[in-house]
Design a protein. Structure first.
Length: 181
């Protein structure tokens, strides 16, 4: 694959993992997953990780994966490229994995004394990528190895933090998010 093709392929393949956290920002609220419980004097996860946000985020990412699969032939034809499609397992793995990675990061933030909303550079930008890739690998192993070849993985790891900074900056400026990370 050419470089441009690899970048387009990688970003398309990751779209179902990019949407969940943003959907959760819009949909979040209600009961926190940790039910207010603490561990070592600090919240297990904090009020920023809710059942509603997690559910709606996962549903949004999965729905997007199925929609992308529907439009893939026409988009590929229009671009003169070849783009990946998503099985339900692949879409669900990416979407739920993105949410799990973000939840795991909040767990680590609380254990290291960071309050809700505190920045953890590096972790903030890659938590959902690692979660999404690991879950997709477990949920749809053969789809994963066909879709995420080594060059594609390199693009994902380099491009995602950039995209994350940009989208969160926009969400902050629009007043949707309390912090720009
Ligand atoms: N959100 C949610 N459920 C999730 C993830 C996010 O409801 N599983 C919502 C919450 O309203 C949260 C907002 O999206 O406040 C922003 O998400 P994020 O930045 O991940 O959470 P923070 O509030 O910054 O908390 P933390 O420090 O734990 O990341
Ligand atoms: K986060
Ligand atoms: Mg935050």
């Amino acid at each position: 694959m050419e470089t441009v093709e690899t970048v387009v392929w990688a970003l398309w393949a990751m779209l179902p993992a990019y949407i969940p956290n943003n959907a959760a920002v819009l949909a979040g609220g209600g009961r926190p997953i940790d039910g207010g419980r603490t561990w070592g004097g600090r919240r297990v996860l904090g009020d920023g990780k809710t059942w509603r946000g997690t559910l709606i985020g996962t549903a949004a990412g999965t729905a997007l994966a199925l929609a992308l699969t529907q439009v893939e032939p026409s988009v590929s034809a229009a671009l003169g490229a070849d783009l990946p499609t998503f099985s339900l397992r692949a879409g669900l793995g990416l979407a739920f994995g993105a949410m799990l990675g973000d939840i795991g990061a909040s767990f680590l933030k609380r254990r290291t004394g960071r309050e809700r909303g505190a920045a953890f550079p590096g972790l903030d930008q890659l938590d959902f990528v690692v979660g999404a890739l690991l879950c997709a690998l477990m949920a749809a192993p053969s789809w994963f190895t066909e879709t995420f070849t080594l060059p594609v993985l390199v693009v994902v790891v380099v491009a995602t933090p950039v995209l994350h900074v940009v989208t969160n900056g926009i969400a902050y400026l629009l007043g949707l998010k309390n912090e720009p990370w």
